[in-house]
Design a protein around this ligand. Structure first.
Ligand SMILES: Nc1ncnc2c1ncn2[C@@H]1O[C@H](COP(=O)(O)OP(=O)(O)OP(=O)(O)O)[C@@H](O)[C@H]1O
Ligand SMILES: [Mg+2]
Length: 458
């Protein structure tokens, strides 16, 4: 999707590489703008009982807001359409004179934009079920299917006996209220907790929507307890895979972001140089951005690695060869090789000295402040196949590392597997391993890496 000229977003290209995309970032960086525009990207399927969203629904023009978008504003989307030609179908929606045009050529899909108003407690809305409470009559009731209520029970960790909806009527008006039975007592959403009500509505919508729908969620963490946010995050991953939905959300919740892969996180930030909104993937950029804004010591330096395991390697080298270096550096675990490169760029743009070290299976040769570790392989494979390391664990811990890792396919699990066997933390195993590795080598083996770090941070 390419977006041009909406609110803070002058020009931005978004690639959706995962069924879930979570827009994170500081307030006013365009998260809701992008989520709302995405909701307008499809035509309503003729058969589905859903709403169709238009740009004007989200970007009202008035005397108070003459220009929420520029005259050349546009949204260009490329769709992978099933059964169609191999080329993605491209549709651009632009403002032609006074109307938006292009909608008719969009493909069909059921879209659900679940914003804050999806569950505004009726008590605050002074809905008729409140002000006319003494006059309403109850209509048909329906229970939620058991698997659906079980999901809600799981997320909220509340022991409901029954969840459902009931029709309420007051003069000519009819509405539905969510209902719950808990510890033998029944109540409607007028007496539900805010988080409770929201989860009931979000989950019901996701479970009953047509498969492969598009969901836009505005800060789904609202009103939820931290653990419940985490479980909601896991549920969203599950339902996206199980029902084929695509989920776009805005969020400020570290608990939800923590459940998502790097591919699913789009971090939005305004570039310090020109205030333009740009997007970077992954969570580490969030830490980096926060760090840039925090009160950091002048002249501070950052070293970004992919993860803590690679950082352990770098610090083991420093402990052996140049111990004083460690104190002056802030280590950032970026989450992946692309994130290392992005983090270094963002830090440098923010006026900081920063250097990136990617794993040995990457081919960074020092450009843009990023170089790969020696060894040509992921660091876990390098260290746990090294003779000195194998000897260390055999002698000090009577552990045959090779035999123990024989059945472990994923090298990211090596340290954790050994740690469990030894009753240690994985970080301690990594420290032992890297120290054994580094000790067995002459300092000159690490000259070129240290030279690179020094020259970049000088
Ligand atoms: N007419 C305009 N021209 C340029 N920028 C605008 C205009 N109107 C609003 N903005 C910018 O857009 C921002 C709001 O965008 P949006 O609602 O997408 O942000 P957000 O990332 O969702 O923020 P939050 O985290 O607070 O929900 C405002 O902070 C403002 O800076
Ligand atoms: Mg927002």
């Amino acid at each position: 999707m390419e977006v041009q000229g909406f609110r803070a977003v002058d020009s931005l290209r978004l690639d959706f590489n995962s069924p879930i995309t979570a827009f994170s970032g500081l307030n006013g960086t365009g998260k809701s703008t992008l989520a709302q525009l995405s909701a307008c990207a499809y035509r309503k399927p003729t058969t589905a009982a859903v709403r169709r969203y238009y740009v004007k629904d989200f970007f009202p023009v008035s005397a108070a807001d003459p220009g929420p978008f520029t005259t050349d504003a546009k949204i260009a989307c490329a769709y992978e359409v099933q059964g169609a030609a191999l080329e993605p179908q491209k549709v651009t929606v632009i403002r032609a004179s006074k109307e938006w045009s292009g909608y008719k050529r969009q493909p069909e899909r059921a879209c659900y934009a679940l914003g804050f108003t999806q569950f505004i407690p009726q008590v605050e809305r002074r809905d008729f079920s409140i002000y006319g409470g003494h006059l309403i009559t109850l209509g048909a009731a329906r229970d939620l299917d058991e698997p659906v209520s079980e999901i809600i029970v799981g997320i909220l960790s509340l022991p409901y006996e029954k969840l459902g909806f009931i029709e309420v009527t007051h003069s000519a008006r009819t509405a539905e209220l969510a209902t719950a039975t808990r510890s033998g007592r029944s109540y409607s959403e007028n007496h539900m907790g805010f988080g409770e009500g929201r989860v009931v509505y979000i989950v019901t919508a996701m479970e009953t929507a047509p498969a492969q729908s598009l969901f836009i969620l505005e800060e789904p963490e609202t009103s939820l307890h931290g653990d419940a946010q985490e479980r909601l995050g896991r549920y969203l991953v599950d339902v996206a895979a199980r029902r084929g939905h695509q989920i776009l959300m805005t969020t400020h919740s570290a608990a939800i972001l923590g459940q998502l892969s790097t591919d699913s996180i789009a971090y939005l930030r305004r570039r310090p140089v020109d205030g333009q909104v740009e997007v970077t993937p992954g969570l580490a950029t969030y830490q980096v951005d926060a760090y840039l804004r925090g009160d950091r010591a002048p002249g501070s330096r950052a070293l970004c690695t992919e993860d803590s395991f690679a950082r352990q390697f770098v610090t083991a080298i420093m402990r052996k060869c140049d111990r004083d270096m460690i104190a002056g550096i802030r280590f950032v675990e970026a989450g992946g090789h692309d994130q290392v490169r992005q983090s270094v760029r963002i830090l440098q743009e923010g006026g900081l000295k920063a250097v990136g070290i990617t794993d040995g299976d990457c081919n960074d040769i020092g450009q843009h402040g990023v170089q790969s570790l020696p060894g040509g392989q992921p660091p876990e494979k390098v260290v746990f196949n090294d003779d000195a390391v194998l000897r260390h664990f055999a002698n000090k811990h009577s552990l045959d590392v090779r035999a123990h890792l024989a059945g472990v396919g994923d090298h990211h699990k090596y340290a954790e597997t050994l740690a469990r066997r030894l009753g240690l933390d994985a970080a301690v195993v990594a420290t032992f391993a890297w120290d054994a590795y580094v000790t067995a080598r002459p300092a000159s083996d690490f000259d070129s890496l240290l030279h690179f770090i020094r020259s970049e941070l000088a």
